[in-house]
Structure formats: C-alpha cells, structure tokens
Design a protein around this ligand. Structure first.
Ligand code: UDX
Length: 446
C-alpha cells in the first residue's frame, strides 16, 4: 500500500528469522509478500525506541491471553505502552489492534499520561482486526469493514490516510494486487466510531460468530434426534439473507486462539458492568458439550476403546492453518488416548506443533499421510476440515483400514457416498448410516 513499516518484537529469534527471509507462521500469501517487501518498506527490529521515534502511527498487536477469571490479561499491552511512552518525540497515534475489553484505549491514555507524555503528543485509536488465520492477508486487503474508534478528527484522519488505498480503491488497480471481494468500484468501507463502540464491535462480532456455530450445533443435536439432516437445515436457514450462510457449519465446535478467549472475555466485561449476558456462557457450554457428544459417537460406534487403533485426520483447530491452540482435534485425541486407544494422527501442516503438545509415544504415532494413518485402523476419525480430507480416495482408504468405519466431526462427506464406498459413516447432526451387515440405523432399530 506504499507505507513504510517497522515490525518490532522482543523475541530476538523471531526477528532474526524474519530478517533472514523466514516466515514463522503458516499463512497464505505471506511468504511472497514478505519476499517482495522485506528490506524495501518492511523491516524487522527488536529496537522499540527507534521504531517509535521514526513512526507517525504505532500499532499495538501483542497477545491478550485469557487470565484465570476469563478476563483478558492486558499486561503485554501495558508493558508495550510503557515502552512506547519513553520514545514519543512528537505527535503520534497509538493504534490498539489487539482484542481488548472496552475502556482499554482509555487505560492506554492514562498509562501514557502517567509516564509524563503530554496529551498534545498522542491520541489513542481502536482499530480491531477481523482476520481469520489462514486467510488473514485476503481478509486484510478485502475487508468487510475497517473499524476506527477515534476520539477526535485528527487521529481518525491519520487512520483514513493509512487505509486510503483500500477505501478509495487505488490498491485494487495496482499491478500484483491480490484479488478478492473488494475492487476499485467496490472498495473497502471504513466506519468511524467512539473507542468504546469499536472495542465492543470486535468482541460482539466474535461472540456472535461463536453464537452462530453453537446454535447450529445445538440444532444439529436436535436434527439427529429426529432423523433430520443438519446440512439441509443449515442450507435452508442460510438462504434467508437476514441469517446468511456463513458460520453455520455444524461439527466439533469452535476452537483457536480467538473465539474461546473472546467469548469468555466479553462475558467478563458484562459481569464487571453488572450486565446479565448469560447467553455467552451458554455459547461456551454448547461448544464444550459438542466434544463430549463426538467422543460418545466414537464410543457407540466402537463399543470399547481400550486397544482400538484409530486414525485421527486433523490436529489443527481448522483447515489451512498449523495452529493447534484450543483445537477440538487435540482435545479429542487426548481423551481417546486416556481411554486406552492407540492413535495414528495426520495433519497436512500441524504435526510439528502437535508433537510439542502431545509427543509421539507407544500409543500415538504421527503418520506420513491419510492412508498411512488409516493402515489397519478400527475406525477413521475426521477432526479438522482440511480440503485434503474432503477429497480422500475412498477405495484406497477402504483397502487400508481394518474396519470400514468413518466418524466425521466436520461433515465433509455425504452419507450415501460413504455407504457406496462400503463405509459405515457417523457424522454430526445427521442420522448415522450403517452398512447392512453391521445393523440398521439407530432410528430404524427403535
Ligand atoms: C476468528 C474470526 O473469524 C476472526 O474474525 C477473528 O479476527 C479471529 O477469530 P479464526 O480463529 O482464524 O478467526 O477462525 P474461524 O475461521 O473464524 O473459525 C473459528 C473456529 O470455528 C474454528 O475452530 C472452525 O473450525 C469453527 N467453525 C467455523 C465451525 O465450527 N463452524 C463454522 O461454520 C465456522
């Protein structure tokens, strides 16, 4: 977009990796973009002071992990603000990008004042990000909206200038611009609000998306109880423009570094203000129960688990990422290991990260590919919605397994397709389809 960006981190190893041409996270388009701009507009340093002194806008994008009470732990934000305070050498806008509770912007201003920074020399602006892992670059360049929570026009104007290529659309005509939903004739929208509203927009948006997922999962459980099909139900609901089709995929529930933490933090914010928002607790409970329900599906398909050999397809919390933080797949694998099963796990990207959390053992092997994981398995479990898992060569899978049973926590197949390939197929929010010799569907047996 033509800006000069200095990226600061206190993790020397990370900065070195980035300087040397490495990319420490798995993110589409990031390697090419860094290769193009590294040293020519984008630089990496551990020197916060000189980066702050050289900049008009300082974006804070540190972690805000979940503390014991559910509240976000803001100590990294505070530490970095103290660091920034010492190097303010003229008017600067401090832009808060981490997901934070309402009034964090206010606190940042107070911390700057306490460090003796003159109010003339800074403004604090909330500019939450709505990026999904795996598609973060496209989400950034083609946003549904850019939200700027600013207390005055001066700081709002700087943010407008920063995002101008996206908001006025010139970026989309640039040679090499990445394609997506926005274009020069339909550029990104920028919404200016108060800081508090902007902070709430972020929490409320994530909580609402989590609500959609928990809602469809609860409906899925009902669908299963009455022999309806959650995929048809979600399609039928999603066609209503007021509801929309996104985030209505039933499955193992949501995970990752955002939804679980943000739903808890938003609930904490409501509690602090004496506002009853128990719906948020319910969203979380449904999400937790979803994993119990899946575990019970595995149990009822296999009867006992001790000594059973299971193929686990998926470790990441969703497809297209190597992130395993709060991954439902990891949770399920741990429970199955505790119950005495032996597991061969495969994931296209997350194996290295998973090894650090659940190291290989006599009970857990990390496989080379899908078919290696499925070798002699008593059942194949699909735990992450990788595209690769939706395109399995089912004949080859059937030849690899000991028993043709697929338990799909992400509904990647049509039950009939699995039956046609000789599999008993158990999924989420749909009646299980059993091979004839293995008994009738539960509903018919009743
Ligand atoms: C999310 C928000 O989408 C993003 O706006 C915010 O900035 C960060 O948090 P992310 O955590 O990368 O992004 O993942 P997302 O694609 O939203 O999925 C979150 C979880 O929900 C995953 O575990 C995914 O498998 C699950 N999910 C998503 C469903 O179970 N069903 C769905 O229909 C959609």
């Amino acid at each position: 977009m033509g800006h000069r960006v200095l990226c600061v981190d206190n993790d020397e190893a990370r900065v070195k990796t980035l300087r040397d041409g490495g990319v420490p996270i798995f993110e589409d388009h990031l390697p090419e973009l860094l290769a193009k701009h590294r040293g020519k507009g984008v630089d990496f340093t551990t020197d916060l002071g000189s980066a702050v002194e050289a900049s008009e806008a300082v974006f804070i994008a540190v972690g805000t992990p979940q503390g014991d009470t559910g509240a976000a732990d803001l100590s990294y934000v505070e530490a970095v603000v103290s660091g920034i305070a010492r190097h303010i050498n003229g008017y600067k806008v401090i832009v808060e990008k981490s997901t934070v509770p309402v009034y964090t912007n206010e606190w940042i201003s107070r911390v700057l004042h306490r460090h003796g920074v003159d109010a003339q020399h800074f403004d604090v602006v909330s500019n939450p990000e709505f990026l999904r892992e795996g598609t973060a670059i496209i989400d950034f360049l083609h946003p549904d909206r850019i939200v700027v929570g600013a207390g005055n026009e001066r700081s709002a104007d700087l943010l407008r200038r920063i995002y101008q290529p996206l908001v006025e659309g010139s970026y989309y005509n640039q040679p090499g611009a990445l394609p997506g939903a926005c274009s020069a004739s339909r550029p990104a929208k920028l919404l200016v609000t108060s800081a508090q509203s902007s902070e709430i927009i972020k929490h409320a948006s994530n909580a609402f998306l989590a609500l959609k997922i928990s809602f469809i999962n609860a409906v899925g459980n009902l669908a299963e109880a009455v022999d309806a099909d959650i995929e048809d139900i979600a399609a039928g609901m999603g066609l209503d423009r007021r509801i929309g089709p996104g985030f209505l995929r039933a499955g193992l529930g949501y995970g990752g570094s955002c939804f679980p933490k943000d739903v808890a933090a938003f609930h904490w914010v409501a509690q602090q203000r004496g506002v009853n928002f128990e719906l948020l607790q319910e969203i979380r409970k449904i999400n937790e129960t979803q994993k119990d329900i899946f575990f019970n599906k595995v149990l009822s398909a296999l009867w006992t688990l001790r000594g059973k050999r299971l193929a686990a397809l998926g470790l990441a919390f969703k497809g297209d990422t190597d992130d395993i933080r709060d991954s439902p797949a990891i949770d399920i694998i741990k429970r199955l290991l505790e119950a005495g099963a032996t597991i061969a796990a495969y994931d296209p990207a997350a194996i290295e990260r998973a090894k650090a959390t659940i190291p290989p053992s006599a009970k857990l092997r990390y496989a080379e590919d899908i078919y290696d994981a499925a070798k002699d398995a008593d059942a194949v479990l699909i735990l992450t919605d990788w595209k690769e898992f939706a395109e399995i060569d089912l004949a080859r899978l059937n030849a690899a397994v000991r028993f043709p049973i697929v338990i799909d926590g992400r509904n990647l197949y049509k039950p009939q397709q699995m039956l046609d390939h000789g599999f008993t197929y158990v999924s989420v929010g749909r009646p299980a389809s059993y091979l004839a010799q293995q008994g009738k569907p539960r509903s018919l047996a009743l």
